[in-house]
Design a binder for this molecule. Sequence first.
Ligand code: ASN
Ligand code: ZN
Ligand code: CA
Length: 331
Amino acid sequence: YQAVEAGVGNTKYSGKVDLTSAQSGSSYTLTDASRGGHKTYDLAHGESGTGTLFTQDNDTWGDGTTASAATAAADAAYGAQVTWDFYKSAFGRNGIKNDGVGAYSRVHYGKAYVNAFWDDSCFCMTYGDGEGDKAPLTSLDVAGHEMSHGVTSNTAGLEYAGESGGLNEATSDIFGTGVEFAANNPSDVGDYLIGEKIDINGDGTPLRYMDKPSKDGGSADYWSADVGNKDVHNSSGVANHFFYLLAEGSGKKTINGVDYDSPTQDGSTVTGIGRDKALQIWYKALTTYFTSTTDYAGARKGTLSAAGDLYGADSAEAKAVAAAWTAVNVK
Ligand code: ASN
Ligand code: ZN
Ligand code: CA
């Protein structure tokens, strides 16, 4: 038994946040007994093993800069918390496997490692420090994206290649975005951009755009017969675009200060049903209808079935699902 403590995190990307920790003797550890026992470890630039559990004699984690090794840990622990809470409150899901068991996170992986990844075999999350150790890959949408790969593995199991790989990647962008909005954090507001805080391109632009995926220079806005030949982070564009259209509708819109302009291939107008309902439909499709080999045609069918189950086959929601897929050329 470890008592649940109310710690404070000074994160790099999400401001000052509440962090759940545990006290053992006179020290505190980044252990979250209220969320399946999730723990955060320091790899200290190593690339293997579990690392060292973050442990201090006080309960304030990080200083908001990369000068403190605990800052990336605060971001990672916060990301795990918000992701856990998002799945629980939005879908009643208890953890990545829905068994109440938390994963663990490792920060400071390798040297100048510009990526983050979920690994099914260790059931763990890993974050690099970024180029020059300046921008760790620990932003909230990245955390939610990566841990959602674990959810996909433990549900539909979408194969990470071809169209199913694009759907796998999009699922992580969709729920990573759901996590970011659900945090309701004034210093880290929700958007339909992916990785806008980690500056991977070095010019302040995000990694991906859901309203018009081709803005990243490689992603597909619309389905085409060869879309499955693209990298999964580009074939995902079709489903990211579908999700944006379903949630927010086509055309211009400003949300939390960010301007969007989402096109449709056929010039049609799509009216959004709101992000919450769009998330419910995607989650139900992922956990009920999608399989390891679901392609875009199957995703249209699965989300239509999910919308029918949730809102009725003739509902406005089901009609919006059909309209949003048609607008991205999945007919
Ligand atoms: N960060 C990457 C991703 O989640 C890692 C990978 O290529 N799988 O997509
Ligand atoms: Zn991914
Ligand atoms: Ca984002």
